[in-house]
Design a protein around this ligand. Sequence first.
Ligand code: GLU
Length: 316
Amino acid sequence: MRHAMQHDLDTLLRTIAADVQPLLGEGGVAEYIPALARVPRAQFGIAVATVGGECVGAGECDTRFSIQSLSKLFALTLALQREGDALWRRVAREPSGTPFNSLVLLERERGIPRNPFVNAGALVVTDVLCSRYLQPGRAVLEFVHRLLGETGVAIDTEVAQSERAHSDRNAAIAHFMRGFDNLHGDVAEVLDAYCAQCAIAMSCRELARAALFLAADGRQPRVGEVLAPLAARRINALMLTCGAYDAAGDFAFRIGLPTKTGVGGGVLAIVPGKLCVCAWAPGLDANGNSIAAAAAIERFAAATGSSIFAAPPGGH
Ligand code: GLU
């Protein structure tokens, strides 16, 4: 039974990898830092990790790439572990309708970011980590190590340095929120930790395995409870409504799963109770979402009938 499922998944992932090949020439890679601007576009990987312990991949599923905004998932989880619901006094839960690094709403909303996945929200989350950890720049990385039960994943130091050298906009956001007393630590330290977490490099296979607790009501296989079930469900809700920059509505419409994207080209989606799927291709659309990876996840959700809006078999 187990082998049959693995075989089916294997075939499906290979078919998807072949189907999306024509899309790999589309879009542009992230260009805001030189270290990302030279990543070759013609790459694609996909991997699925199931709550039952299977992990299947196709294409370049073991190639590590810059996880960028996908790190916001792990940072948020850590901050919720430490801070609990008090975090939600400092970060709201609405889609922003503005680009991820926008300052526009912060003035009107008095320094309270719309959600933890826009940069302003992620910087508040990082501020929490800075107040809780002696080495905040390694907190997210070490959390990922614990989730995976191994320590091979690392920060790409060239990307991290490049992020720091180009962090004027994030610095502006951080100072602005400090002006509203919604950032308590030292801005330079918060930026440093934020740039380090964005520069973590992981493969599709590693990401799918690390995020499994989000598919299992907060319990990470072989690790135990990472978050209470309600907190894990809420992260899924935020992924569905705010996880794909300005295209979160379109992703919910096309895919029907909680999803988080990053400008390194990664797209991670959760099938609650079942699995976590991660696809990667560097070519991005105008919103900063990977074109081929999003198409791959869309095909996966359709082929497996796993939209969260589908009625369960026999349930009607
Ligand atoms: N390091 C990027 C920034 O803060 C993250 C971009 C992303 O993946 O959303 O601008």
